[in-house]
Design a protein around this ligand. Structure first.
Ligand code: NCD
Length: 318
């Protein structure tokens, strides 16, 4: 059981909660390898995913996770809903709740919307990515992937490279990695960093300064859709300081790993040549494994959240 009702931010989770989620994920990862990849754990429960922003892997991952636990999963598509007719978000959520739903999964392009919704409903809410704020389940699946590779994570050196300013994945990962006592180095030019280094991390401006020192090289997607102005002069410039190409890949420590939350802009964050090595080096390039692990971690999380009894929920509702 978890000590929190909602998962809105990494701040909601204690290290005990994190351990519980990741150990349960081990069990579900094993279920996913079976011929019948389903357990009846959540039969009769209903999960609604409310995605106000486009998504492929996160939405599909939550949907499959819920279905493999035998819950009913309904995808709510705002473009086809009354939201287009001017209904407020909260009225829409209330309408959905009248249908006796047990869990809401929310993604929105504005930071804070999942929290806003969670304060107005009495069922648990998972933040599936809000604006440039947080994406806690991505961070959990990333930590799980790192833990599976290295066993213990304390003291591991991780470089997070690219568009930190706009990335909710970076925000959640920085918090989670620090909580687990890993060493985090940010690699970005000043225009792709928050104005104030409120994470208090080491900052480097070129990937070459860290490439042969890190255990985990975490590449971020350049978030073009969130940049009001063109923030980086050119792709060539980006490639020079921030991209992972084959020559840099060869300079990584042999036991290190490469990660990316997807979707990858081929040729920007990571070269096509390196992407084509995923099958050859599954122990080194973890991008597809992150997706598979995401399913197990989300199954664990949903299972644990919906296993709280109603009395427990009352006592955590403060
Ligand atoms: C991320 C997201 O949407 O925040 N993608 C994902 O969930 N797999 C990262 C991104 O879009 O850069």
């Amino acid at each position: 059981m978890l000590n929190t009702k909602n998962i809105l931010s990494i701040d909601d989770l204690s290290t005990d909660d994190i351990d519980t989620i990741l150990s349960n994920a081990d069990f579900f990862l094993e279920v996913l390898d079976r011929e019948v990849k389903k357990v009846p754990a959540l039969r009769g429960k209903t999960i609604v995913s409310l995605f106000f922003e486009p998504s492929t892997r996160t939405r599909t991952s939550f949907e499959i996770a819920g279905k493999r636990l035998n819950a009913d999963v309904v995808n709510f598509s705002p473009s086809m809903s009354s939201l287009k007719k001017g209904e407020s978000i909260i009225d829409t959520v209330r309408t959905i709740l009248s249908m006796k739903v047990d869990l809401l999964i929310v993604r929105h392009s504005d930071s804070g919307i999942p929290k806003f919704i969670s304060e107005r409903v009495n069922i648990p809410v998972i933040n599936a990515g809000d604006g440039t704020h947080e994406h806690p389940t991505q961070a959990l699946l990333d930590l799980y992937t790192i833990r599976k590779k290295f066993g213990s994570v304390e003291g591991l050196k991780v470089a997070i490279v690219g568009d930190i300013l706009h990335s909710r994945v970076a925000k959640s990962n920085i918090k989670l990695f620090k909580k687990m006592k890993m060493e985090v180095i940010l690699v970005a030019p000043s225009m792709l960093l928050p104005e104030k280094n409120y994470f208090d991390e080491k900052v480097k401006h070129s990937i070459d300064e860290v490439i042969n020192k890190v255990d985990v090289l975490y590449m971020l997607r350049m978030q073009f859709e969130r940049q009001q102005n063109r923030l980086y002069p050119s792709i060539r410039e980006y490639n020079r300081f921030l991209s992972l190409d084959i020559e840099r890949f060869r300079r990584l420590k042999p036991e290190s790993i490469v990660m990316h939350p997807g979707p990858v802009n081929r040729g920007i964050e990571i070269s096509g040549e390196v992407m084509d090595l995923i099958d050859k080096y599954p122990e080194r390039i973890k991008i597809e494994e992150q997706v598979s692990h995401g399913l197990a971690v989300r199954m664990a999380l949903i299972y644990l959240m919906l296993s709280l009894s109603s009395e427990d929920l009352d006592s955590t509702r403060s």
